[in-house]
Design a binder for this molecule. Structure first.
Ligand SMILES: Cc1ncc(COP(=O)(O)O)c(C=O)c1O
Length: 406
């Protein structure tokens, strides 16, 4: 089966590790793995300080708290994002202000300048699908006005900008080790910064976070094996689909985004420390990061070669430092392509088909005015994600091209 999401990074060793951790609950309290992930973040990003937490959204929340952001403050985020980005802004009581994006899916600097006000305290710069944003211009705009800049590296662990690792360029950065990200521990996140002052403020907030409950950790550790079973039987009389639906419905595995988050509310798993058990999963993935990055870039090259010049398909922006978390092309009516793919047993991603993903976000409740970021809305309607994860072979790319695009 070819799939774009569904825990795409989990390989055999990750699945066995999750199973072995399930049988060793004493290891869930050995914080060595957490320290080792923090070391891996420092080394990869080339900064002196890193702090891990339960998720990317908690990482952003923690940074906003550390910067003292609260009611009356405005935080700039881009449209064409996940609701997990504006939500933490709402949780600290501030107002998310949405800026349009360029065709490369990163911040439109012209629109950014228009939306800055006296109340703007932070700009969150998202490197969407591993594409480096225009950091020089953005940092210049922010510096001139004394605004903090946070890099959102949820999609871009391992990517670079003019040779420098993304996440090392601004006041601070955050990362996600969520199930669909560059590396995965089902849930997980980290903060990186070069500033001792920021680090100490972050620690002052994060120090109070408790470890997640054993039940919550169990659910996350069950995720890789259950997803593996589901994928292995996905196209066998729909058994895999049933397993997945049942596991979700019975709350045996977690959802990436809880329903209340679609309305801007905070889910209870946030504001927790990184579980040492999930840190062990993240660490195993960190060891494979360079291999994953090279593989994603090679997949992107192959897609570009084969799709170049095909009518009605716009290819994603190229950049030497880009990590292609997905190879996102733009087409008229992506659902038609997804339907065609599904008929052949290929599940293409529907991530970011709404200007605020996933579908079902209550725009008014997260402060987004429909029509305010027209380019982001247009691109979301046309986005079709092609897979680049480690399980994708050149033969699979050929299959996708012939069954979906030819
Ligand atoms: C661009 C972006 N930033 C931040 C996040 C939040 O990360 P996490 O899921 O680890 O909370 C996501 C999640 O999908 C995302 O897509």
């Amino acid at each position: 089966m070819i799939h774009t999401s569904l825990s795409p990074n989990a390989q055999k060793d990750d699945i066995f590790l999750a199973l072995s951790l399930l049988m060793r609950p004493f290891a869930w309290y050995q914080k060595k793995t957490v320290a080792e992930v923090e070391e891996a973040v420092r080394e990869t990003i080339g900064v002196p300080h890193a702090v891990t937490v339960d998720s990317g959204r908690t990482a952003l929340y923690t940074l906003l708290k550390a910067f003292g952001i609260s009611e009356g403050d405005e935080v700039i985020v881009q449209a064409y994002t996940c609701v997990a980005v504006p939500d933490p802004v709402l949780w600290v009581g501030a107002k998310p202000v949405y800026v349009d994006c360029d065709n490369d899916l990163t911040l439109d600097v012209g629109d950014l300048q228009k939306k800055i006000t006296a109340a703007t305290k932070v700009i969150v710069v998202q490197h969407t699908f591993g594409m480096p944003a225009r950091m020089r211009e953005i940092l210049a705009v922010a510096k001139a006005r004394g605004i903090f800049v946070i890099e959102d590296c949820a999609h871009s662990l391992g990517a670079t900008f003019a040779g420098a690792p993304l996440g090392s360029l601004a006041d601070a950065a955050f990362f996600s080790f969520g199930r669909d990200k560059c590396i995965s521990s089902v849930f997980g996140g980290a903060i990186a910064t070069s500033s001792l002052e920021v680090y100490e403020k972050v620690l002052a907030v994060a120090r109070s976070y408790p470890l997640p409950s054993p039940i919550w950790v169990t659910r996350q550790l069950l995720h890789p094996p259950i997803l593996a079973l589901s994928k292995a039987t996905y196209n066998t009389f729909g058994i895999g689909r049933f397993i997945l639906a049942a596991a979700r419905r019975l709350h045996i595995i977690s959802k990436a985004v809880e329903p209340k988050e679609l309305r801007g509310k905070r889910p209870s798993f946030t504001k927790h420390a990184f579980s040492p058990a999930l840190a062990a999963l993240a660490l195993n993935q960190f060891r494979k990061l360079s291999e994953y990055t090279r593989h994603r870039q090679a997949c992107a090259e192959t897609y570009a070669e084969k799709l170049q010049g095909m009518q009605g398909i716009e290819l994603p922006a190229r950049n030497d430092g880009r990590v292609y978390l997905r190879y996102t092309v733009f087409v008229e009516d992506p659902s038609k392509y997804r339907g065609k793919a599904r008929a052949q047993g290929i599940e293409l991603g529907d991530w970011y088909n709404d200007v605020l993903a996933p579908s079902g976000v209550r725009y008014a409740e997260v402060g987004y005015n429909q029509g305010s970021c027209p380019n982001a809305e247009r691109l979301a309607e046309r986005s079709l994600n092609l897979p680049t994860h480690i399980g994708i072979t050149p033969r699979m790319i050929n299959e996708i091209i012939t069954h979906v695009f030819v």
